[in-house]
Design a binder for this molecule. Sequence first.
Ligand SMILES: Nc1ncnc2c1ncn2[C@@H]1O[C@H](COP(=O)(O)OP(=O)(O)OP(=O)(O)O)[C@@H](O)[C@H]1O
Length: 281
Amino acid sequence: MAASDTASATEASAEDDDVIIRVRGVDVAFGKAEILKDCSMDVRRGEILGFVGPSGAGKSVLLRTILGLNAKQAGTIEVFGTDYEKASDEERLAVEQRWGVLFQHGALFSALTVLENIQVPMREYLDLSPKLMDELARIKIDLVGLQPDAAHKYPSELSGGMIKRAALARALALDPEIVFLDEPTSGLDPIGAAEFDELIMTLRDTLGLSVYMVTHDLDSLFQACDRIAVLGKKRVLIEGPLQTMLDSDEPWVRSYFHGKRARTVVTSDEGAAASDNAGKN
Ligand SMILES: Nc1ncnc2c1ncn2[C@@H]1O[C@H](COP(=O)(O)OP(=O)(O)OP(=O)(O)O)[C@@H](O)[C@H]1O
């Protein structure tokens, strides 16, 4: 797909009511190091969007910029129709309660139990009784597939997979509409990673959750993501379903989605057929 096709696809979807995050023409630089230049993309309601690109391309930078944690030098970012940068404190608080974030290394507080970790956002944003917070936290523990006895464990007592689930439970603490996941399956074995993907898909289906997932995990991209966005050359080069990636002539996209590792994860009939078709083009 040519860059102009990507731009027009983004323009067309800009009118789509289902767009809950709209990034347009964003520039981000650290001193003289320009990381993003004229970067645009959309996240739609109820989708799992996989975000890929070469290491160091700026995936985490874009994520942090959307969350208002990095300054941008140009462009606009709207989350739920609100330009976070121009929003009042009250509007920002309202937006922050509608998203949840799972940072790359889980980032649980080591001195707090799982239950207490999940209650951190509740304490920050809500005014609830301790009893109600306990009940809600236990519901989240169940939702992410942890055993009830995980509630009183400390992060050091958990396996890698349990830490990811506990961090996801904390990201879900405020019943967000979207969760941002930065490499959620990194460090998990393939079975643990597949189980985590299943959990994300279940949450998308049952809660209508939207998911923005930065990942290098080809299994996740092939099996869990509804759409994929590729960051390269300081901007989103291409966004669309897996088939769009498989059909792309963009060199990095082609080598990533048709490389040796990609071929080993094309196990489903649909994926295999898609890969075959792409190979014929
Ligand atoms: N706060 C910062 N100050 C200066 N440079 C930064 C800062 N944050 C990120 N960078 C730089 O921005 C570039 C992109 O980093 P980023 O972490 O977004 O890459 P990435 O695409 O997420 O990579 P990976 O896939 O390896 O995690 C890197 O060169 C990084 O050093």
